[in-house]
Design a binder for this molecule. Structure first.
Ligand code: CP
Ligand code: NVA
Length: 311
């Protein structure tokens, strides 16, 4: 079945996600060997941003270009999504100009509304609820490292935020085990956990919820962390920076995991807070290949949703 949008990896079946990973690997190989892959010749993508970005903006723009298409950036001030103009109007106007929309928004409901009215594919470039494009790059990075996601132990340490939700989603879809350690009051949304539990039953994934980071990383093949203060939470900065201090990914924590453990972070990181310099720059770190995989994973999603024919 071909989907019309990409708002969450939980909307996709495990074999569809596997197909996307295979396509990403194929596209990455082609790019490295200098072969063209003009799967989106002449196609256009509007990129709506309500928040700042480096990776998402650049990887989508370059990705579209490499596929033979064209992407353009719409800044927060430019269209005033839901402020200057109703979201359903923005959706219907853009649908007459472009072949797809990628949007980074505050409220996840805004993405849902865009997708409902756009009649063209809408791709989630991060919302307050989740970050599925990041999860595709993360899954690809783990796959490249270990040759599989099945049975891999992923330990997420820190805030139960948008990145944590999508990482949990890709884990339970693909049969990886997912453990999170976060302070009380910063749990992942209940609805996300409930949904993940149903997929974990199907795939055989084990889900664990801990408070203690050292307990969580025992047996981990992957340690993952993200900022303690997400975009939009700036007013909670001082409080969060205090509460999350015991959740730093440092050498002691990495040493408590498996020997072959890798360390991941969606970036941007706050060196000296959620991750130390030593770990981010150390031999276990995969943060830059992970960032680069955004390009390849998203090209697969773009080709799947916007393309007429596959390779
Ligand atoms: N990881 C990520 O989404 O980075 P940007 O905020 O720079 O796009
Ligand atoms: N959790 C972070 C991810 C940034 C890519 C945020 O939402 O700001």
């Amino acid at each position: 079945m071909k989907h019309s949008s990409f708002l969450s990896v939980t909307d996709y079946a495990a074999d569809e996600l596997s197909y996307l990973f295979d396509l990403a690997i194929e596209l990455k190989k082609k790019l490295k060997s200098g072969q063209a892959a003009p799967l989106l010749n002449g196609k256009t993508l509007a990129m709506i941003f309500q928040k700042p970005s480096l990776r998402t903006r650049v990887s989508f723009e370059i990705g579209m270009r490499q596929l033979g298409g064209y992407a353009f950036y719409l800044s927060p001030d430019e269209i005033g999504l839901g402020k200057r103009e109703a979201i359903k109007d923005v959706a219907q106007v853009l649908a007459g100009y472009v072949d797809g929309i990628m949007a980074r928004v505050f409220s996840h409901d805004h993405l849902v509304e865009l997708a409902e009215y756009a009649r063209i594919p809408v791709i989630n470039g991060l919302s307050d609820f989740n970050h599925p494009c990041q999860a595709m790059a993360d899954g690809l990075t783990i796959l490249e490292e270990f040759g599989t996601l099945k049975g891999i132990n992923i330990a997420y340490v820190g805030d139960g935020n948008n990145v944590a939700v999508s990482l949990m989603d890709i884990a339970v879809k693909m049969g990886a085990n997912f453990t999170i350690a976060n302070p009380a009051g910063y749990d992942m949304p209940e609805e996300a956990v409930k949904l993940a539990q149903t997929f974990a039953k199907e795939s055989g994934s084990r889900l664990r919820f801990e408070r203690d980071p050292l307990t969580a990383v025992k047996g981990a093949n992957v340690i993952y962390t993200d900022t303690w203060v997400s975009m939009g939470q700036e007013s909670e900065k001082a409080e969060r920076e205090k509460i999350f201090l015991p959740y730093q990914v440092n050498r002691e924590l990495v040493d408590a995991a498996e020997k072959d453990c890798i360390v991941m972070h969606c970036l941007p990181s706050h060196r000296g807070q959620e991750i130390t310099d030593e770990v981010q720059d150390g031999p276990r770190s995969r943060v830059f290949p992970e960032a680069h995989n955004r390009l390849h994973a998203q090209k697969a999603v773009l080709a799947y949703l916007l393309g007429d024919s596959m390779m």
